[in-house]
Ligand binder design. Sequence first.
Ligand code: NAP
Length: 286
Amino acid sequence: MITSKTSFIALIGNPVSHSLSPIMQNAALQYLGLDLIYIAIPCRDEDLELVLNSLKKINCKGLNITIPYKEKVFDLCSEISPIAKRLKAINTLKLNSEREWSATNTDVEGFVYPLKTLNLTNKQAIVLGSGGAARSVIQGLINLNSSIISVVSRNKSSLDELIKNFGNQIEIQGLLHNDNRAQNLIEEAGLIVNTTPVGMQTGTHEENILPYGETFWRSLKSKTIVYDLIYNPAPTPLLKFSAKKGCMTIDGLQMLVAQGMKSLSFWTNGLEVPFHIMNDALKKYL
Ligand code: NAP
């Protein structure tokens, strides 16, 4: 029951109306019996500083930060975790003892969650796309001791920048999507992760297309695990295609739930909620 003692956690972004976080976080807060609710607050660019400073003064226990503010909030936080600094992106804030924002990023932990029981050591991993999510994915693969990582992208400048960013941790091979060597990579891959938005449900119609086109996937073998960061539609066209080839598939809902679990743990100084509580709430809603 919401009473005069109830406090809140909020999602700040623009837009936020499509977000699934309130559904899974409120299910988790209820399960844990906490006197807290989770709401989504749309925020304009020019209001971001005012909103974050105001939330420090009222009964707000923590925040999630989403597009387009994951980089912009750096200047508004007094403590930033090493992982958020390395990824150059923040997705979770909480108030520290001085009532200032302390920040972290839970996307890497979210990405690795479904892979933890699989052995990726010495297996070739391929990341498709070179945007913000690719950064978390590569860091996750490094944390899982994946020793051979290649990135395939259509964007040469973001590809070069991404590879440079991880240069002090691992040597990454970068290829443009139309490079002939991509076919060999696909054939040999132990894991392929799609971080492009291709295949995502866009408003009125479902786009039944694969990242970089169907020819790109012609040498895919059943031994390869295919992980699509997209969770709507379920399954995505890529996961449908890969399952038909006999591949093990992982959808983006698991990453979404797992990064949410880790944010909740950060806000509550270590409380844990079973994965299925948040996952079931989303499955019921979708
Ligand atoms: P982003 O920063 O915009 O990066 C997207 C990447 O995909 C860029 O390299 C972009 O290349 C490429 N791309 C875009 N359209 C393409 C197309 N038609 N063909 C080939 N490549 C294309 O986005 P992001 O933040 O990384 O997010 C990417 C996807 O991951 C989104 O669908 C997002 O919903 C999903 N995601 C899911 C989770 C989860 O928890 N499951 C978490 C984070 C992200 P250009 O630079 O050339 O445009």
